[in-house]
Design a protein around this ligand. Structure first.
Ligand SMILES: OC[C@H]1O[C@H](O[C@H]2O[C@H](CO)[C@@H](O)[C@H](O)[C@H]2O)[C@H](O)[C@@H](O)[C@@H]1O
Length: 599
């Protein structure tokens, strides 16, 4: 296959030069690096400037996200003047104790942006609970259903009246947060949260969350990574059309489809105008998408990590790295060996070699294909055949592109494509099978081959789920961590295939995942953002922050699997887990049986 790639997008959407001039005008002598590319947002406290730099580099808190989540007690210009007076023009001279006093005087602790809220659509006996046969799992599912109340948030009206004092972006409706350090609405997490809420019959809360995303699209033209100003210039995998689809499947509310469609259209255009790339294969040009954020500054919420990571690099190289880190965060996989590209263009290297923009990811393109099909379906449902046909054509073109560029006939699966070497990256990720989940492939044999790939990939050799990769890099989106959204995408894909073998494998993976979640819950009385594929039920680790509890998408995925397979799933205490484990493979069965005996 001969291929070449060219960047299509005009990087529309952000007037970098204007922002640069504006910052120079405001700050007179701003250092050159602030002006090369736009900052993560316009706030001189939360996104760039001396206060952020001094506080974060002094490492006053264990986690850099803590400072940027603090609410201002006064208007920003009062705080900036106070800081200027404190430093007498030399910000580097402020001792940590003085900085602490300054923060105490002018900032509130994080988490002070909310009003008390209890979801009025919560009730204690949603129907799906009755379909869970295993008594232990049913009672656990009841507890997970309870958790929506503690993870629900409503932003105070003061944040609407004085947005300049908050990094939290005001959204009009209450929402469910992931939990822990994640005290705001997140984009792709919310797809699994909303699916869980719909099972919990909390339709109003689900609807409100979708309306919040529509509100964000109206304001920004796309959905930011999360509802914080420091996330303002990057998105996350675009799941809004699928949230609307889930809502519509539950409610049949056509008026809601009509309300949502203009925003969905706008978001789709954002991805096509700002995140697309052309690849030529055998003389034919294909358009696909990638993650690409042109913000060449440290992420405010991980400021000191990003500065330290870039130590010793030239200014240009540091900016390049920071853009790539922002792009990695946009992928949702922050961070992973998946994005490491060494000097030769190979999938080796370390965090400093992060080159997210140089890869065409299978999952993003599968998701956009599903977006196109979903939009076609929505337009058809509303009687708009010309628009439906337009999106059908876009989906067909993408499917062709995915097959020409990402499908690897020899390996029998889809692979990320490198824009450096114009070849595929052969590493294992569960997302290599994402086109199955998206229904975006032309030949049934591709599904069968991909299942065979999965069985021989090494990805199934663990008792607690499928790892994010087989590389132990110390990053959180790598081995030995398994993440709820990836388990769900894989299981849904397998369960959509016609073969009994594939569907049984889907069930086995659901059983492993539920057991892991449940065993860990029994031990810690908590749900976690990610889990370890080894051991007898334990949270994952690695990366730039401690593993978090809560947890929005974990609860959503667990409830979905409990609902889908409730008649067959077992907690393992009855011994059925043993039988289920046996059907996977001999080696895994041995591990599982050992685990079962110990319970
Ligand atoms: O603060 C570091 C990063 O934290 C977030 O990423 C992780 O948590 C998110 C919420 O659960 C999840 O959506 C993401 O996939 C995780 O990697 C945040 O989204 C990043 O932008 C941020 O840099």
């Amino acid at each position: 296959m001969s291929a070449s790639a060219s960047v299509l997008n005009a990087r529309a959407g952000f007037p970098a030069a204007v922002m640069c001039l504006w910052i120079r005008f405001v700050l007179f002598l701003c250092p050159l690096y602030w002006c090369a590319l736009p900052p993560p947002c316009d706030s001189e406290i939360y996104c760039y400037g001396d206060v952020l730099k001094q506080v974060q580099m002094a490492k006053l808190f264990d986690d850099d996200k803590y400072f940027v989540d603090m609410k201002l007690k006064s208007a920003p210009d009062i705080i900036l003047t106070a800081f200027h007076n404190l430093t007498h023009g030399d910000p580097n001279s402020v001792p940590p104790a003085v900085l602490r006093d300054f923060l105490h005087k002018y900032f509130e602790e994080p988490g002070k942006e909310f009003e008390p809220w209890s979801p009025s659509d919560w009730h204690d006996k949603p129907q799906f609970l009755t379909g869970i046969a295993d008594a232990e799992l049913r009672s656990w599912a009841e507890k997970l259903h309870q958790l929506w109340k503690s993870l629900g948030r409503k932003i105070s009206s003061d944040a609407l009246a004085h947005p300049e004092q908050y990094s939290q972006i005001f959204t009009p409706h209450p929402f469910v947060v992931p939990g822990g350090r994640f005290r705001e609405l997140y984009y792709w997490d919310s797809y699994w949260v909303i699916n869980g809420l719909l099972l919990s019959e909390m339709t109003d809360t689900a609807r409100g969350m979708i309306l919040n995303f529509i509100h964000l699209i109206d304001r920004y033209g796309f959905i930011p990574n999360g509802a914080r100003v420091y996330y303002e210039r990057r998105s996350q995998p675009p799941f809004l059309s699928l949230m609307v689809e889930s809502y519509y499947q539950t409610t049949n509310d056509k008026d809601f489809l009509r309300t949502a469609l203009p925003a969905l259209e706008k978001e789709y255009l954002f991805w096509m105008q700002n995140r697309s790339v052309a690849v030529e294969v055998n003389g034919i040009k294909h358009v696909l998408n990638r993650f690409d954020v042109q913000v060449g500054l440290p992420r405010p919420e991980s400021y000191s990590d990003d500065v330290e990571l870039a130590e010793g690099l030239t200014q240009d190289a540091a900016e390049r790295l920071w853009k790539e880190l922002h792009s990695g965060a946009e992928s949702g996989w922050d961070f992973s060996s998946r994005w490491f590209v060494d000097g030769l263009g190979n999938n080796n290297g370390s965090l400093r070699d992060t080159r997210t923009t140089l890869l065409i990811p299978t999952d993003l393109n599968a998701l956009l294909c599903r977006n196109e099909r979903t939009l076609a379906h929505f337009y058809r449902t509303l009687g708009n055949e010309p628009e439906a046909t337009r999106y059908d054509k876009a989906a067909s073109a993408r499917q062709e592109a995915i097959e020409a560029v990402l499908w690897d006939e020899e390996m029998g699966v889809w692979l990320d494509y490198s824009l450096v070497t114009n070849t595929s990256h052969p590493a294992f990720y569960p997302t290599n099978l994402a086109p199955i989940w998206a229904g975006c492939y032309s030949q049934p044999s591709m599904g069968q081959k991909a299942v065979h790939y999965l069985q021989t990939s090494g990805g199934l050799a663990f008792p607690n789920g499928v790892p994010t990769s087989l590389v132990d890099s110390g990053q959180q989106w790598d081995y030995p961590n398994a993440w709820p959204p990836l388990q769900h995408i894989l299981i849904q894909g397998l369960s959509s295939l016609p073969s009994q073998e594939a569907r049984e494998l889907g069930f086995d993976l659901a059983q492993r995942w539920i057991r892991t979640n449940w065993l860990t819950y029994v031990k810690y009385e908590a749900m976690f953002e990610k889990y370890d594929v080894n051991g007898d039920g334990k949270p994952g680790g690695g990366g730039e922050y401690e593993v978090q509890l809560g947890f929005g998408w974990t609860n959503g995925v667990a409830l979905q699997l409990l609902s889908q397979y409730g008649d067959r799933l077992t907690s393992g205490s009855s011994g059925n887990g043993f039988t289920s484990c046996l059907s996977i493979s001999v080696s895994v069965a041995l591990l599982c049986s050992a685990q079962t005996l110990f319970l």
